[in-house]
Design a protein around this ligand. Sequence first.
Ligand SMILES: *Cc1c(COP(=O)(O)O)cnc(C)c1O
Length: 397
Amino acid sequence: MTNAEVIALTTKHVANTYGRFPISIVKGLAAEVWDADGRRYLDFTSGLAVCNLGHCHPKVVEAIRAQAGELIHVSNLYHIKPQSELAELLTAHSFADKVFFCNSGAEANEAAIKLARKFFSVKGEERFQVVTMEKSFHGRTLGALAATGQKKFQAGFEPLLEKFTYVPFNDIAAIKGALNAKTAAVMVEPIQGEGGVNVPSDTYLKELKAVCKANGTLLIFDEVQVGMGRTGTLFAYENYGVAPDIMTLAKGLAGGVAIGAMLATDEVASAFTPGTHASTFGGNPLATAAGTAALKVLIEEGVLDNCKKSGAYLVQRLEGLKKAFPFIKEIRGKGLIIGMDLVDGIKGGDIVKDCLARGLLINCVGDKTLRFIPALIVGEKEIDEMIGVLTQSFSSF
Ligand SMILES: *Cc1c(COP(=O)(O)O)cnc(C)c1O
């Protein structure tokens, strides 16, 4: 099928929830993809921070092939070897003791919210409120949507799940004012992704943890986007010297295969007992075999160091562009999640479209923040090519 044929079929039969670009991607390898008409693109979106090892990493492909030939699915009524192995790896490399597996970021956040409420209910404490941040993004299911502090995602779906309140991100005074004896949890992305690549001060998350602890409130980090090496450490919280009580993961966890996970300390996780929460597909053999392979590559093959090095180089090259193009307002980020704010009057979406026509995939969050989230394996070669295309594009505006 050609691009045009896939587009016609999609338009006719697929629910219209995405404003899609007019190409169909049919093949990917590392940081490159190809469309149905055979055109090649340099990919600085990574399936939205999913393909952190690049497209079709050979070790992930091999793990999927091998597992698919053995056992694709079995119920969680039985013990699942690759699930136990992925849980062992995740807990060995994080603050957590236990992992609940599901299939997406939204589901992981639903599990986190349910666990926080259950934790206090088991203790006989009336704590059920959850505080989240303005400009946050936690997913599209009704609980995660209530947690998402952006009206544009909630509009039309009210009434929302009750007992959520929102405070400005990176504002300790605001959080102090919002917590009370009924607050079960504070949920926060260590760095906000969809909300515009918003990086907190070096001390904010540490202070947040202290405020939560003093109030007897659990702290949940949503690392669905910034976990799995994206910021140059395996988990974003490592940059800030503070660990949460609960953490959620998804996007980059299984090298491109659908998966979600909620991690917690033993003390908190013990509130979940048989029958209290479940997922048919959660932690299935195929997804967790892919996850184990992806996590091993991430930890053992220098990917985190490359992310730090390439992230620094990307920021340096983007800062160079800023000197040449006055409509660039600010560049910020960590590792390989970098946002570039444009001044009012220049639409980020127009630049994204223009770059696509020039063979480069980037994306835009909000109206005016270009987001660069390439595979963590990119080097100077890919970054130089990206900067070349971006320079041509910017010159045409
Ligand atoms: C993408 C994202 C989600 C939602 O993940 P889905 O897999 O789309 O449900 C939740 N939280 C954050 C921070 C995200 O970036």
